[in-house]
Design a protein around this ligand. Sequence first.
Ligand code: 4GO
Length: 255
Amino acid sequence: MNYNSLRIDVLTLFPAMFQGPMTESMLWKARDRGLLDLRLHDIRDFTTDKHRTADDIPYGGGGGMIMKPEPVVAAIEHALIDAPPGTPVILMTPQGRVFSHRIAVELSRHERLVLVCGRYEGIDDRVRQLLITDELSIGDYVLTGGELPAMVVIDAVVRHIPGVLGAEGAANSDSHADGILEGPHFTRPPLFHGLSVPQVLQDGDHGKVARWRREQGLRRTWERRPDLLLTAELTEDERYLLGRFADEDSRRATG
Ligand code: 4GO
């Protein structure tokens, strides 16, 4: 098999933060198999003064410090050497579009990605104006830096590089892969603290198991994330099942 590999350049003032997460388990395997080429760059290495100054006070006053534009721009330009045109240069920021399964799949199809992590009150906006092509947020909360969001994006993207996951195509049945959640999972023993594994899974009729899983996934989505059902592409059978959940609901409410 001829796998394509993904190179990700991360620009940060704290490259050591990536050492743990990026050298464990699946991510390590991806790197070991040559599917992921992860390169960490210390933005401070692109400063030019003797104190290696990466931040400065904000124009207009106010608290906190701002990351100086020159070292960040130099780091991005370094990361973009020999990168194909259209390589995403992504800034992690709570002001970005909210990261999702769909965006993870989209990003995994590129040959190269550049992730820029801010610290303090953020980066001088001219870096964004000049070089940033995408701004991503992992959710509506503020963190002390873009490093944890970058790691979240890397983990979610790398799972979609062909050859990374053990069971080929295991990512396709994931929660969110087709717009609905997954149902529950079980392993041995068949009886645990008085709770048994559903008989259909123990019987191992693959057709029945597939139908049961789809129904459980739909049920969970109905219960927990009904917003997802507004956009999920469902078959006629699945729409019928949703109707049944609604009926069960109203019987519980009235009976
Ligand atoms: C990203 C960056 C939150 C996110 C960040 C997020 N906080 N929700 N903080 O993805 C500029 C300096 C932004 C600290 C950074």
